[in-house]
Design a binder for this molecule. Sequence first.
Ligand SMILES: [Zn+2]
Length: 293
Amino acid sequence: MKVENHIDHESFFQEQLKTWTLARQNYEGLETVQLRVLQLRGCDIAVQFNPARMVSTGASIDKKVIAERPCFLCGKNRPAEQTGVPLLGHYELLVNPFPILPRHFTLASLIHEPQSIRASYVDMMRMAGLLPSLFLFYNGPRCGASAPDHLHFQAGSRGIVPLERDFKSSDTTSGISELRGYLVRGWVIQAATPEESGHLFSSLYETMPIPEGETEPMMNLLAWYATEAQHFVTIVIPRRKHRPLCYSAEGEEKCLVSPGALDMGGLIITPRAEDFGRMTPELAQQILSEVGL
Ligand SMILES: [Zn+2]
């Protein structure tokens, strides 16, 4: 499939950094961010010390708190400096001012509607096709999304998040296969078009349980357009829990990690120095196994 009309996200990114001081400072700060590599069952995973992410990691997901706060993805509540690039007529590409990756965007719906993957999955694939030098990711409403009330995806630089960086397609035929050799269970969807990927995703979605009180099966997605193989790749990581026990523990047991798609993909974000320092392969495995399958 030939992908037309790629979005010039780099020019947009540079424009935003020129005029938006907070974003510029946070991207500059990311250049000196501390990183540790841990080896875990044959996988190289990374831990990032990122204090600016406390806003997201510490975010309340209480329905009442969310209902009462001004939604930061709604146009009317955004900083004056923040502008957007229209996507598919229904979304806007925005620079994420609290980056984890050197290029980190939010792809937000133009309207305030709940985070929901079923009806928006094909859109996600289409946007992956428009942004082939980035990968896209999705956090379910209680799987790392800090704005579960406003439909959005994120996109970031490729080649950094271990699961995406080290992913080797076993073959290039369309279909669903099990994710092999990784730390948590998952599935890989490969397809030639967004629509075909959507059909495969729907069949997988049907098999996933919706826990009581949830609006959809708990999951994180990482997706990209593989330019050479000319197909769309999606990694589906099912979740059983929003946050690990150590998130709300007290004292020495406490470790403030609130896993989203990037953490599940092997880039664990620790906003507190003490958690960064004490992260071991065993603790990382414990956190991922507890919230994944
Ligand atoms: Zn909103």
